[in-house]
Design a protein around this ligand. Structure first.
Ligand code: FAD
Length: 448
């Protein structure tokens, strides 16, 4: 029955994690991502050992290491994806804030917000100072952060704007603390080594979804958006234009802005509607500049650069591990993304390429390809990178995020505790929703 739900909601039940092989010399293993769409607990350590043909304490031969991905992928219910480390942290990082400061060794991000470590991760709205923090905005926090130099202020502002992609007056400070807590610390959020930017999925993040879709086969229906969810006494009917699915429970794992467009019967209560109306994912444009090779490395540059409020607020080297082509990923966030998006495409590209040339030299002005995605205009995404909440919403309506509505359960990265906002959080939320149905499935009246 749950499998039927996956017709529209397949991605919610993914699990992506590095596998550990207890007892085996796994430090020798290549980095392998395991995708187990029913939850990691379904793969036992002995299954993994059996697939690899190793006993506890065994070392892997070079040949066995070579075969690891395909052998693990052969375990029923597992698809594998390779993960490449992002290159490179050892070159020079450039900071452009009005004046060029070539060669700045690190991006100084001080002070990180305090208070996050004490936040209850499952219910940040219950913290002793939650009401006070939720009444304040992230803009207030920046104003009172004690950062005095304009350059540092601009940089800190753009980094935090990059996390929320919105007007920071409209983001609750409690929301920032929640994000930091969910990520294991501010530095994790913004770092490459040991942080969120450490790895690239080979073939792009979408390849994970493709791996899982291959496993699910016909159960995945593309281009079949759900338009209505009708709850009956003992089942739920999920309707799209071309397909109707009846099941005992449904998991809704889509951004709030899109959930508001589904007709629920019974209708969603006013408090949940208020929560969703204030769940905003903001503007972000990501532009990939593709070159024949990552030429900046030879010049000693990492590919990381920051130019708050410019046509390229942040760049990072996104070249594949194979070394070719060279790819720079460039971003603009929130109101700055909107500001550049309002320009005609020719002018926007001129400004972007001028910024690249200024930072990385003349070769940066002639990419073979430019792939620009304004993510907030993607009809099935509507914003980056996850929803945030304005002041006063989380303390009042936050408890509804994961609370079932009758037979309807909620997943998606916004409902995550650990890794809220990231793919990992989305995966964990799917597991949590599945667990809710499997272990606590009986629900009565449809109310939130
Ligand atoms: C530019 C950008 C860069 C990012 N970088 C990273 C990163 O480096 N690392 C990281 O961990 N995270 C990153 N994120 C965030 C990450 O993409 C999200 O956390 C994650 O995709 C959330 O997963 P989800 O399943 O909650 O929602 P989504 O990925 O939004 O999935 C929702 C799915 O539901 C479908 N859908 C919507 N409406 C309906 C409907 N009515 N019926 C049926 N299906 C519907 C959509 O088509 C979509 O496939 C990034 C996001 C963006 C936009």
């Amino acid at each position: 029955m749950i499998r039927r739900h996956l017709t529209t909601l397949a991605l919610s039940l993914l699990s992506v994690a590095s596998v550990s092989i207890p007892g085996a010399a796994y430090a020798q293993l290549p980095r392998v991502g395991i995708i187990d769409f029913y939850g990691l607990h379904k793969i036992t350590a002995s299954q993994v050992r059996e697939a690899l043909g190793v006993a506890v304490g065994d070392s892997l031969t070079a040949m066995a290491m070579f075969e690891v991905p395909s052998r693990l992928a052969a375990i029923p219910g597992v698809a594998s994806a390779s993960i490449d480390p992002v290159c490179c942290e050892d070159g020079k990082t450039m900071l452009y804030v009005g004046v060029a400061e070539d060669g700045a060794p690190t991006l100084e991000l001080r002070p990180p917000p305090t208070g996050a470590s004490r936040l209850p991760i499952d219910a940040p709205w219950t913290a002793t100072r939650a009401a006070e923090w939720d009444a304040r905005s992230v803009a207030w926090f920046l104003e009172h952060s004690g950062i005095r130099t304009p350059i540092a202020r601009d940089l800190f502002d753009s980094v935090i704007r990059g996390l929320f992609c919105g007007d920071l007056n409209q983001v609750s400070f409690l929301n920032l603390l929640m994000l930091v807590r969910a990520s294991g610390g501010f530095n994790t959020l913004v770092s490459i080594t040991g942080g969120y930017q450490e790895n690239l999925v080979v073939g792009g993040a979408g390849s994970i979804a493709r791996c899982v879709a291959d496993e699910l086969g016909d159960a995945v229906r593309l281009n079949t958006p759900v338009r209505a969810v009708r709850q009956q006494a003992d089942h739920v009917v999920v309707e799209s234009a071309a397909l109707t699915v009846s099941a005992r429970h449904a998991v809704v794992a889509i951004p709030a802005a899109l959930a508001l467009e589904i007709a629920f019967d019974p209708v969603l209560p006013e408090d949940r509607l208020t929560l969703y109306r204030h769940s905003t994912a903001g503007p972000e444009t990501k532009t990939l500049l593709v070159y024949d090779e990552p030429f900046w490395r030879a010049a000693g540059f990492s590919g990381q650069s920051a130019g708050p409020k410019s046509a390229s607020e942040v760049t990072i080297d996104s070249s594949p591990a194979a070394g070719k082509p060279g790819v720079l990923a460039s971003f603009t966030f929130g109101p700055i993304a909107e500001q550049y998006d309002a320009l005609d495409v020719g002018e926007r590209r001129r400004l972007l390429l001028a910024a690249m040339v200024e930072r990385f030299g003349p070769r940066a002005g002639a990419p073979a390809e430019i792939i620009e995605t304004p993510w907030w205009k993607e009809p099935w995404t509507r914003g980056c990178s996850m929803a945030h909440w304005s002041p006063g919403i989380l303390t009042k309506y936050g408890p509804l995020l994961r609370q079932p509505f009758g037979r309807v359960h909620w997943a998606g990265t916004e409902t995550a505790t650990i890794s809220y906002g990231a793919i990992d959080g989305a995966v964990r939320s799917g597991e949590r929703a599945a667990d809710e149905i499997i272990h606590h499935g009986a629900h009565g009246a449809a109310q939130s």
